[in-house]
Design a protein around this ligand. Structure first.
Ligand code: HH2
Length: 300
């Protein structure tokens, strides 16, 4: 029996069904004009054009600094650049779309025009996603998991890749006593349900990636359970993206409270995730992650 069998497969009307879940591993991820091979892990470098991100806020929030940082991430081996203009750290308050767009659009345009790697826009706002796709972004990374109809419509109206991430609630309150009866089944079921919604709206299956959302409404135990269940999530048949980089749960495990100093924990989590089915690793420290993955790849 497939180990994904515990995750209920939605019929599309929100009710679970007994239809067997797909277990064909995706080989490519179609993102606009890019067809990304999933034979080796993709490294998504994080470029936060924000004053307040939890680990690098204020470091690249002017366009020149953002471009310099993005160029460095590409030079270090990033295969995707994920550009964000709104912090979604626990307790963060929402930013008006106009403010978010003003931060990210010039940087998206610059790297999309350059064309060296696909540009991903990390946003919960349909207006920002649309404007950034028009500016050349090839991936929409929505930490709210395409909950909004407008976001689904933007995805359906373009050919960008999409990342459906699971978040319990909203960033402002998500870490206030998160509760699940069965975190793996609930998160996996949600991701599948949203993939069905997107496919029903016209988004091709090969464009969709899923992400359990480390730290987004999860306790330490929830994060660990989801990491351990990566093979099960990968069996759902969509590439799995994992973003553990510098996150609080790594600090809880190691005692390192300063996010920027969580390099060792971040690299270990990325390597472990790649070995257990993650296809895309979203990281701040691209060079160190690429090095570590090269060693594990050489060792088979
Ligand atoms: N984590 C963050 C932001 N976007 N997207 C996906 N798909 N998966 C994640 O785990 C994820 C994400 C939070 O990290 P960061 O961008 O560094 O922080 P902030 O939200 O404070 O800008």
């Amino acid at each position: 029996m497939s180990i994904a069998a515990d995750i209920p497969v939605p019929r599309g009307d929100g009710e679970p069904s007994d239809v067997p879940s797909p277990t064909i591993a995706a080989r490519v991820w179609r993102c606009g004009r890019f067809e990304l091979s999933l034979e080796t892990p993709l490294v998504m470098g994080i470029l936060n054009v924000t004053p307040d991100s939890f680990s690098d806020g204020g470091k690249h929030d002017d366009p020149a600094a953002a471009v310099a940082w993005g160029e460095r991430l590409i030079a270090e081996g990033a295969t995707i650049l994920d550009i964000g203009g709104e912090s979604t750290r626990p307790g963060a308050s929402a930013l008006p779309p106009s403010g978010e767009l003003a931060r990210v659009r010039p940087v998206v345009r610059r790297f999309a025009t350059d064309g060296a790697v696909p540009v991903s826009i990390d946003t919960r706002n349909a207006e920002v996603a649309l404007a950034c796709v028009e500016a050349g972004a090839s991936i929409i990374n929505d930490v709210s998991g395409f909950r909004s109809r407008e976001m689904v419509a933007v995805a359906a109206g373009c050919d960008a890749g999409v990342v459906i991430m699971h978040m319990l609630g909203e960033p402002g309150t998500m870490q206030a006593s998160p509760h699940y009866d069965d975190v793996v089944s609930e998160v996996g079921g949600y991701l599948l349900a949203q993939a069905v919604v997107l496919q029903a709206a016209g988004v091709a299956r090969e464009r969709i990636a899923i992400d359990p959302g480390m730290g987004f409404g999860k306790s330490l135990e929830h994060n660990l359970a989801l990491l351990r269940a990566l093979p099960q999530l990968a069996e759902l048949g969509y590439p799995v993206l994992l973003g553990a980089s510098r996150k609080r749960f790594l600090g809880d495990l190691t005692g390192v409270m300063e996010p920027a100093e969580r390099l060792g924990g971040s690299v270990a989590a990325a390597v472990w995730a790649a070995a257990h089915g993650a296809a895309v690793l979203r990281v701040h420290d691209v060079g160190a992650t690429v090095q570590a993955l090269a060693i594990t790849a050489a060792l088979g």
